[in-house]
Design a protein around this ligand. Structure first.
Ligand code: HEC
Length: 148
């Protein structure tokens, strides 16, 4: 029943955006739906980034984004997400979208880096590609893209 309601709301919102030319550039409301399953949400939200958003830490995260994390290959140089041919599932997230940034807690983003987003090209990166420390740094960089 809740899913039906959710779908109804989304349909209504899409219809509104479609009918409202000024809102055409607006965010796809689908990206705001939480990716973390409900039964893991409280735990995920309790994880806090132990690193402060200093210029040095953000720079470390940037190096990972463009380097060993290869986030840039899907999320793009400007973090807006690339529409890559052959990508299965949803488009890579646009990190400059302030509404999406505000909808997510840091812990939810770490959860994604641990678990990936099922049914999409977003794979788990911890622990095979990144350590948890590296992941927190790259998330500082992701957050900085929302503030530009
Ligand atoms: C192979 C392509 C690909 C690569 C590489 C990739 N991503 Fe993603 N990413 C995606 C896609 C596709 C989504 C959208 C998934 C969805 O809508 O559920 C996504 C979503 C996300 C999200 C948003 C999840 C949410 O809660 O909305 C975050 C955060 C993220 N990626 C971080 C990263 C980071 C950091 C890296 C590098 C370590 C990275 N991604 C590398 C494809 C990729």
């Amino acid at each position: 029943m809740r899913n039906v309601l959710k779908a109804g709301c989304l349909f209504g919102l899409s219809a509104f955006l479609w009918l409202n030319p000024a809102a055409i550039e607006a965010v796809d409301p689908e990206v705001l739906i939480p990716r973390v399953p409900e039964d893991q949400m409280a735990e995920a939200r309790s994880w806090k980034n132990p690193y402060p958003a200093t210029p040095e830490n953000i720079e470390k995260g940037e190096a990972i984004f463009f380097g060993k994390g290869f986030c840039v290959t899907c999320h793009g140089k400007d973090g807006k997400g690339l529409n890559i041919e052959g990508l299965r599932g949803k488009l890579p997230r646009n990190f400059t979208d302030g509404e999406w940034q505000a909808a997510r807690a840091d812990g939810e983003l770490l959860w994604i880096l641990k678990n990936g987003s099922k049914g999409t090209a977003m794979a788990p990166f911890i622990p095979l590609v990144l350590t948890e420390d590296e992941a927190w740094h790259v998330l500082l960089y992701v957050r900085s893209l929302g503030k530009k």
